[in-house]
Structure formats: structure tokens, C-alpha cells
Write a protein that binds this ligand. Sequence first.
Ligand SMILES: [Zn+2]
Length: 103
Amino acid sequence: MGRNKHSRKATHVTILFAAQEGRCASCGACMDRRSRNQIKKGDRNDARTVDHVVPLSRGGENRLRNKVLMHLRCNMAKGNRMPTGCELVMREMVWARLAWMVA
Ligand SMILES: [Zn+2]
């Protein structure tokens, strides 16, 4: 069960990374394709992390439609707050790209 959960997450990451063209949903700069666990300590700031646009603790869904990728450092800066207008626009853009990709 644990393995299935992990592979589903990895798929979401792959889809989002392509839809965002490898760019951070927060600052727009390129992200490292690797997760933080694949990068040695001290060099992890550029690692891509999954951000829940609406935080789970605030009722957000744990689904692709509520996820974007951003740098570890940007994710930590965002923390637990609600998304800004800019982050919602990014999610719209990712959705539009996804629709295009699967069409
Ligand atoms: Zn960033």
C-alpha cells in the first residue's frame, strides 16, 4: 500500500513538472528535478516539492487539481497560508496546460 501511494505521488510530480516546464509555481525560476531526499543536505533549497495550493489543514484536497510544484525554499516561505492571487493564476495555467497535454 505504501508503495502505491508513493508511485502515485511520483506520477503527479512528473505531470506537474512537465506542465510547469520545470519552473517554480512561486518564483518562476527553474527547479531541481530531484526531491529533497535525493539531494544532499545544504543543497536542497532548489529541490522541487509538492505544494498544496489550498493547504490540507485548511480544507484543501490531496488531489492533482490542488497541487503545484515549487522550490523547497519557496514552499517553506509559503508555509500554511492560503494561496495568493498569483498562485491561483499559476494553478489555472497548469490546469490549462494539462488539458492541452491530454487532449
Ligand atoms: Zn521558487
